[in-house]
Design a protein around this ligand. Structure first.
Ligand code: SF4
Length: 104
């Protein structure tokens, strides 16, 4: 990775966030994130991402924002996606295993 530390990359990404489309939306963003994290059903979580994703579409620093979410271990919504501890949130997205067939 060209000898650049993760901390330096995160610092640079954080610096550029002030130029994002969500500038000045901290309170609304916080509500969206709380709503997302409180949603239990997959459909509710997907719906909770719609409004922030609309803001992120076309954001000039989307790639940097996603990098920062990963590098900083972010939990919340960034770059139009949900993160949990710096990884894309897949909570409840896995297909539940089929029930085992009981044989007599
Ligand atoms: S990608 Fe989305 S969350 Fe990130 S700075 Fe841009 S608007 Fe904000």
């Amino acid at each position: 990775m060209r000898g650049i530390s993760r901390e330096a990359l995160a610092r640079d990404a954080a610096w550029s966030l002030a130029d994002g489309n969500c500038k000045g939306m901290a309170a609304r963003w916080g509500r969206w994130e709380r709503h997302y994290l409180a949603a239990e059903a997959v459909d509710d979580r997907a719906r909770a991402l719609l409004a922030p994703a609309e803001v992120c579409i076309g954001c000039p620093i989307l790639a940097e924002c996603s990098d920062l979410a990963e590098l900083s271990g972010y939990t919340g919504i960034a770059g139009g996606r949900a993160y949990r501890n710096g990884r894309e949130d897949t909570y409840r997205l896995r297909v539940p295993s089929k029930p085992r067939r009981v044989t007599a």
